[in-house]
Structure formats: C-alpha cells, structure tokens
Design a protein around this ligand. Structure first.
Ligand SMILES: [Cu+2]
Length: 86
C-alpha cells in the first residue's frame, strides 16, 4: 500500500467534511435549556460536537456537511423551543 493512500484514509477518518457553525439562539436560560438543545442536536445524524451556552446565547455545532445542513440544525434547535436568530 502506498503512503498516499494511507494519508487519504487518515484524512477521511478525521472527517474532512466537518463544518463548524455558531448559532445565535434566544431563550436559553439555564443548564437545563442547554441540555435540551445539546440532546436534540446530538441525536441528529452527522453532528459530531455541540455546545449550547445559555450565558452567551450561542450554540456551537460541528457537523458533517455531507450528512446534514445548517437549515436542519437550525430547525432542530427551534423544535426544542428556542429561537434561532442567526
Ligand atoms: Cu433552562
């Protein structure tokens, strides 16, 4: 096996399709709210990391753009009862 191939496989393993998006979200007040959003996002296929932060009104998501898009992530957040404003 040539080294070029191993390199490609390692890159795939690390997730070359990973994108990061920080959503501005209104309405999260406490750790319970953060947990609700994190739980909902974690269940979405393609999401590898998510961190809701009620103190800054942000939700950071790392996702595989081949599997899920921003629109789906935003509606997942809104389905938990919070408003995505950006
Ligand atoms: Cu709360």
């Amino acid at each position: 096996m040539c080294l070029g191939k191993i390199h490609d496989i390692l890159f795939l393993y690390k997730g070359v399709n990973d994108m990061e998006k920080v959503f501005q979200v209104e309405g999260m007040m406490c750790g319970g709210c953060e947990k609700r959003v994190n739980t909902a996002l974690s269940a979405v296929e393609g999401v590898s990391e998510c961190k809701a932060d009620a103190s800054t009104n942000t939700v950071r998501v790392v996702y595989d753009e081949a599997k899920v898009n921003e629109t789906t992530l935003a509606s997942t957040i809104e389905d938990t009862g919070y408003d995505v404003i950006g």
